[in-house]
Design a binder for this molecule. Structure first.
Ligand SMILES: Cc1ncc(COP(=O)(O)O)c(C=O)c1O
Length: 357
């Protein structure tokens, strides 16, 4: 605390990112990173960057990367906005599109950064309760509102809703922006990006993606949003009032090659999905209840063992998962899907913990 802090800083409760521990032998299943490396083509593109060019600023618009993303998704580059990780994209979305006179709406259990942005930018919000099985019920998002945002699949639950539910929501909610955060879409969820193609692109739908998960580039910090060119223009106005160069040369080069290597994304996502299904069935045989997940993580609880205790017991064995001390979800563990070997270690540790409890 310092008397020089501005009044807004004194009121903030910052987001707490998942731990990045420096322990030596560690099974790290807490921040939903990919257990497999990025595309070798992305690594080669980064290595091939002429380091002498680093004395020069990067392209502030990231046009080549916008084009690569637009080509992949059948969009126009004017429909693409880039940021330093999707957290930065989301920050610009909150300030540029969701800061309205009316309160915005998001689920009561969701990505915990959303209320943090609201506090930072002075945005009123209402939370919309999830259904009894932690599912998003789009009919409970009611107009009028200043905007709607949720991840699909939701985090930390991993539960997804079909694209048709979002289309129905859009048809009811025409007077504010609907933002779908598709950070985990590549593990079996229907994307809303096809709705943005061509002349029928809704003027109020924005879809946010990251290269941190399925493209295994969390360390490079690249995210993007796609939507109607007029929404993107608004985001560019915010970005160019904040930081003109959010993506460095290495990030742009690596991201272009990663976006162009769809085969790598598909093969690694497939492996994650297979391991997820195995983990869910092994956990069921140990008595865990796991929510249906189409993400690269699962949300699971044991009826007889407290979430906090399981978290600590795993940690004592060098296995780090995520535990949230929030009401309604404190009995759950959020476990990132790792390699098959990491999954075997996790199962063995849980068997030992349950046997000794
Ligand atoms: C739902 C959701 N959205 C966005 C992000 C931000 O990802 P990044 O800033 O790495 O792109 C995360 C990260 O965990 C997330 O869970």
């Amino acid at each position: 605390m310092s008397r020089f802090w501005s009044p807004v800083v004194q009121t903030l409760t910052p987001y707490v990112p998942g731990e990045q521990p420096q322990m030596e032998r560690l099974v790290k299943l807490n921040t939903n990173e990919s257990p497999y490396g990025p595309s070798p083509k992305a690594l080669a593109a980064i290595n091939q960057q002429n380091t002498d060019d680093l004395r020069l600023y990067p392209d502030p618009e990231g046009l080549a990367l916008k084009k690569a993303i637009a080509d992949l998704h059948g969009l126009d580059p004017k429909q693409v906005f880039l940021g330093n990780g999707s957290d930065e994209v989301l920050a610009h979305v909150f300030l540029g599109l969701l800061k309205q006179a009316k309160a915005i709406q998001f689920p009561d259990i969701t990505y915990s950064f959303y209320p943090v942005y609201c506090k930072l930018f002075g945005i009123d919000y209402q939370t919309v309760p999830l259904g009894p099985d932690c599912e998003i019920q789009t009919e409970n998002f009611k107009a009028p509102n200043g905007g709607i945002i949720f991840p699909n699949p939701n985090a930390p639950t991993g539960r997804a809703i079909p694209r048709s539910d979002i289309e129905a929501l859009l048809s009811r909610n025409t007077e504010s922006v609907v933002v779908i955060d598709e950070a985990y879409v590549d593990y079996g969820t229907e994307s809303c990006i096809p709705l943005l193609r061509g002349s029928t692109c809704p003027e109020n739908l924005l879809v946010v993606h990251t290269l941190s998960k399925s493209r295994a580039l969390a360390g490079l910090r690249v995210g993007f949003a796609v939507g109607h060119p007029a929404l993107i223009e608004g985001l560019e106005r915010v970005k160019n009032s904040f930081n003109s160069y959010p993506l460095g040369r290495l990030a742009q080069a690596g991201a272009i090659a990663a976006i162009q290597d769809q085969a790598h994304l598909e093969s690694t996502s497939k492996k994650v999905i297979q391991t997820r299904e195995r983990l869910v069935s092994e956990l069921a045989s140990l008595g865990f209840d796991t929510l249906p997940s189409t993400a690269n993580f699962i949300f699971t609880r044991h009826p007889k063992h407290a979430g906090a205790k399981l978290y600590q017991a795993l940690r004592d064995r060098g296995i780090i998962v995520r535990h949230f001390k929030s009401p309604r979800i404190e009995e759950f563990l959020r476990i990132t899907i790792g390699t098959d070997d990491q999954t075997n270690e996790l199962i063995a540790a849980l068997k030992e913990i349950l046997a000794s409890a």
